[in-house]
Write a protein that binds this ligand. Sequence first.
Ligand code: FAD
Length: 340
Amino acid sequence: MAAPTETDVCIVGAGPVGLFQVFECGMLRMRCVVVDALDAIGGQCIALYPEKPIYDIPAHPVISAAGLIEALIAQAAPFRPDYRLGRQVVRLARDPDGRLRLATSAGDEIVAKAVVIAAGAGAFGPNRPPLDGIEAYEGRSVFYAVQRREDFRGKRVVIAGGGDSAVDWAISLAEIAASVRVVHRRAKFRAAPESVARMEALAAAGKVELVVPYQLHGLHGADGALAAVEVATLKGELRTLPADALLCFFGLAMELGPIAEWGLALDRTHIRIDPATCATNIPGVFAIGDIATYPGKLKLILQGFSEAAMAAHAMHPLVFPNQALHFEYSTTKGVQGLAA
Ligand code: FAD
């Protein structure tokens, strides 16, 4: 086995919050290795909603999720993070000298003076409908997220689900798709009321069809290309909807995965932290972003950013035990590689 990589801080998770942790650590001269189970950097923003506009990032009246990640990668770049993608962190142990040793599913090891868990919803994946043969269509005509809106131009789209994603995409794709049908098991949708009102207005204008109360029942097609989606009421009445694409939005299955075995104090699927430092119950291990919980926690990117700043300051004495940390603004310090 290759020698372990030694670093100051190992960050588990390259979502928006893990990325900003690289910046905050870098400003305090701490080097980072960032490990992510996905093949791409960006966590939920890239895996689930890259083209959606985000409106509550301070100083950005609107920014796409992909645009935010691009900016965070650029902000972290001067600190040369070592990204290890496509591998899950599976084990956490402590070496005799007190440092933390992480092992990944790819077989590499990282030895760090501090660990930040920014693992979001954990090893997350979409909830998949239990339809026979769905695997053959996945990624070709059945999708759990929209990577590129343009891919649906001129297509007959069936959207399944009753939450924000289903409603938002119905509104958005109604502009470019040949048809949009929304299948939901009840007449009432669980999305933002303004969005539901917009979708209902589109339905009244004949631009979207609301197929309620129906559930997915079967898929028809060949070689991964969908021809129709069969839906059924609870009483078993069937309807066949012609379709080129099915978008399923049934939320995320959130599993802590191996992290649940590390002896961390948990609150169901979240890690309990001290909100003043983001420290967990394991010395040297911190948690930030969606995976962290404390009274008043909001699962928002901006709150994760603030946690990254607090965690960096709390970690500094572990990485540089004999150095006092003097608080400084970024305007005073500047960022290596950027013009002042
Ligand atoms: P994540 O983005 O979940 O990233 C965590 C990463 O950790 C993932 O890439 C995962 O693969 C990785 N990981 C997990 N376990 C392991 C492991 N064991 N080993 C290696 N890697 C691991 N928030 C807002 O503030 N404003 C919005 O407008 C907004 N809109 C949203 C719209 C949608 C449709 C969704 C789904 C979410 C939205 N959010 C919004 C929430 C926001 O995306 C999350 O708060 C944010 O992504 C959390 O960031 P994070 O870095 O903590 O975790």
